[in-house]
Design a binder for this molecule. Structure first.
Ligand code: PMP
Length: 363
């Protein structure tokens, strides 16, 4: 080898496996009419006002975007009540998750997260060669008390998802409050709320931000807002934490069309309402359909359902692909994660699942 090897964490790192794109399955199997329920996207796509805003802004792409993200930060301030000095913009929230680790964690430090949590938490810890402390889940959910107890002298950061992906599990405010009180004030707590828009009545994270300067709330526009392809996320935190994050943020990490689209998406509250309704109806359809097949699922407050298929997940996933349905194996034995789709997408999935598992729906 003529070049220095990558750092130890990166040498052994297995990269994130995204959901299979529709175009890839089309190429592989030569079939069309594919349903993708693999990446927790909004099955309605994005709102009409977003399309209009992006098309109106297309002539401006010859110039660099506003590196400070003024228009988007202004919209976020209007809507969530935190000023520009509390906001960090990300190229999707994955970009932010990496920034959090890079800003606060070094090789000598440890990062705490739960078993069955979002895969990127362990990847960003490993990439900087930090010690990863994975705390066993309680059932499928985060065990917040155990996570607080797992904090060591060298712990710098804790990743928490509420609701969690891939399990859909959630916790209530009282449990979180207790957790925050147990965690030492110098440890950064990342509360990843990628799915919060689907059940907003569940939890008010923003009030905790005022109380805990070590708390970061992370949001994305990839899910309910329907902008997955454009890559926009934002973090709310104390001025001190936000200052550190913005020192390492790439100056143009959120592009102009993404920012324009994000402003329009945040303003279109009717689209969010509709997306929520479609999700609730779709969740019920999948829950009922799965139950009728004699299967069980993990109750979810997100836009996906973790189903116990009582079969090998990889084999079931591959059999579903042949039926034109893309879902997601998530490394949990016997389980597959299925994003909530439109009524017809959900119906196609349920029919395909019954076929590949050789099960019949009972009324
Ligand atoms: N956090 C969680 C819990 C997620 O499920 C996802 C998307 N799968 C993300 C963060 C990252 O999403 P994005 O980078 O598209 O904002």
């Amino acid at each position: 080898m003529t070049f220095a090897p990558a750092n130890a964490g990166i040498s052994s790192l297995k990269p994130y496996q995204p959901g299979k794109p529709i175009s890839e399955l089309e190429r592989e199997l030569g079939i069309t009419d594919i349903v993708k329920l693999a990446s927790n996207e909004n099955p309605l796509g994005c709102s009409e006002s977003v399309k209009q805003a992006v098309s109106d802004a297309i002539a401006e792409i010859g110039r660099y975007p506003d590196g400070g993200g003024f228009i988007l930060k202004d919209q976020i301030e209007k809507q969530f009540g935190f000023g520009h000095a509390h906001i960090t913009l990300g190229n999707g929230s994955n970009d932010l998750l990496e920034m959090f680790a890079r800003a606060f964690v070094s090789e000598k430090d440890s990062v705490v997260y739960s078993q069955h949590a979002f895969a990127v938490y362990s990847l960003v810890a490993q990439a900087i060669n930090a010690e990863a402390i994975e705390v066993p889940a309680k059932g499928f959910a985060h065990d917040l008390a155990a996570m607080a107890a797992a904090v060591k002298e060298n712990t710098k950061l804790i990743f928490i998802a509420n609701p969690n992906n891939p399990t859909g599990t959630w916790f209530e405010e009282a449990e979180f409050e207790q957790f925050m009180q147990q965690v030492p004030a110098h440890v950064i707590v990342v509360l990843d709320e990628a799915y919060v828009e689907y059940f907003p009545e569940n939890f008010n994270s923003l009030k905790f931000l005022k109380q805990y300067p070590n708390l970061i709330v992370s949001r994305t526009l990839s899910k309910c807002y329907g902008l997955a392809a454009l890559r926009v996320g934002f973090a709310l935190a104390s001025v001190e934490v936000t200052d550190y994050l913005n020192r390492i943020r790439q100056p143009f990490n959120v592009n102009h069309l993404a920012m324009v689209a994000a402003v329009a998406a945040l303003q279109d509250t009717a689209f969010i309402e509709l997306s929520r309704e479609v999700n609730k109806a779709g969740m019920k359809q999948l829950e009922d359909g799965v139950t009728a097949l004699g299967l069980s699922y993990v109750p979810s407050r997100a836009n996906f359902l973790l189903i116990d298929v009582q079969a090998d997940p990889a084999a079931t996933f591959n059999a579903l692909l042949k039926e034109g349905v893309i879902v997601r194996p998530v490394g949990i034995p016997n389980h597959l994660r299925v994003s909530i789709g439109t009524e017809s997408e959900n119906a196609k999935f349920l029919t395909a699942l019954a076929k590949v598992l050789g099960r019949e729906a009972k009324a």
